[in-house]
Design a protein around this ligand. Structure first.
Ligand code: ZN
Ligand code: ZN
Length: 346
């Protein structure tokens, strides 16, 4: 058993505090990771605040984890001590259902085991990356390519795969017009990945405040959604729209931007239902879809793709003392573009 230092919350309105958590003894296929960096994802905030259903407090969030292997179980074959590795949003799944067998563990029919806020197969609550160590079975550990620094690798494990997977699945490529709604942690990854896949990329952001960044990251066009003429000008324009915004948007206005057979994919998860006029779908055989992170194989593919194309998130490294402040800044959209905790400071 390893005692890890961590930062935990005790309730929806509580600040983070220092905590000690136990990480289980290594099972045959387990890997012990010394966490170096943990990204702060908007989901951490929703969960910590109890907005996505009941939470088993105390909670240690964090599912954008990068670190070094410090010990391995006796049957581990994929990793050795010293390897640079990552862990994303899930740490286990049944491994046997139809979806797991396809490598889509995120859609495990028995429910994947989330990195924090879940219950593992030993019946223990899972605790996430705002900590110094974690034990994860090797099939849910990712290899971080050598040319990606660990602090910048962390956000790829959620923000990276969450945008890579739908871009990949719906065929973002040369000759395709892709729009990215929202220029935040997810959006700024989607822009880079879609651009590297060869698509013509348009950012649809509330204002033009981050236009320079968007263009620099690979966007070809950048429009403000607060200007009504944007929706007239771009009507019927896109093959694929990735909506990264977790606030409520005017879905019907965005569907109007799709061309024949175009797809609008939600990766942001608004707490309230969205209203949809079906005429906006049937008129041009459009689709409205959702997508959740990606499977383990695809996550590794994403990391390799980012390494090959020099894609990394823009990050601000913070100390553990700054987590509460960082949460407030994320909620105020005051982050460029991802906070990453230096876990040395925990
Ligand atoms: Zn996340
Ligand atoms: Zn399964």
């Amino acid at each position: 058993m390893v005692t890890a230092k961590a930062r935990a919350v005790d309730g929806p309105d509580k600040p983070f505090r220092v905590a000690e958590i136990k990480r289980r003894d290594l099972d045959l296929h387990d890997v012990l990771i010394e966490i170096k960096y943990a990204g702060i994802c908007h989901s951490d905030i929703h969960t910590a605040h109890g907005e996505w259903g009941p939470v088993n407090y105390p909670l240690v969030p964090g599912h954008e984890i990068a670190g070094i292997v410090t010990d391995v179980g006796t049957e581990v074959s994929k990793y050795k001590v010293g390897d640079r590795v990552g862990v994303g949003c899930m740490v286990d799944s049944c491994g046997e259902c139809e979806n797991c067998r396809k490598g889509e563990e995120q859609y495990c029919l028995k429910g994947n085991i989330q990195t924090y806020g879940g219950v593992d197969k030993y019946g223990e609550p899972t605790q996430g990356g705002y900590s110094t160590h974690i034990v994860v079975q090797e099939n849910f550990v990712l290899k971080i390519p050598d040319n990606i620094e660990l602090d910048k690798a962390a956000p790829l494990l959620c923000a990276g795969i969450t945008t890579y997977s739908p871009l990949n699945h719906w065929g973002a490529a040369s000759g395709k017009k892709v729009a990215v709604v929202g220029m935040g942690g997810l959006g700024h990854m989607a822009v880079q990945i879609a651009h590297a896949m060869g698509a013509e990329v348009t950012v649809l952001s509330q204002t033009l405040k981050k236009k320079e960044d968007g263009l620099q990251l690979g966007a070809d066009h950048y429009y403000a959604t607060s200007e009504p003429q944007t929706f007239e000008k771009l009507a019927g324009c896109f093959d694929l729209i990735i909506n990264t915004v977790s606030a409520k948007i005017n879905l019907n206005a965005y569907l109007g931007l799709l061309n024949l057979d175009g797809t609008l994919v939600n990766v942001g998860a608004p707490a309230e239902p969205l209203s949809l006029n079906v005429f906006n779908l049937i008129g041009h055989r459009r689709s409205f879809a959702g997508s959740m992170i990606g499977g383990i194989r695809e996550t590794q593919e994403m990391l390799n793709f980012c390494a090959q194309h020099g894609i990394v998130p823009k990050i601000e490294v913070i100390s553990a003392e700054q987590i509460d402040e960082a949460y407030e800044r994320v909620l105020a959209s005051d982050v460029k573009y991802r906070f990453v905790i230096d876990t040395n400071t925990i």
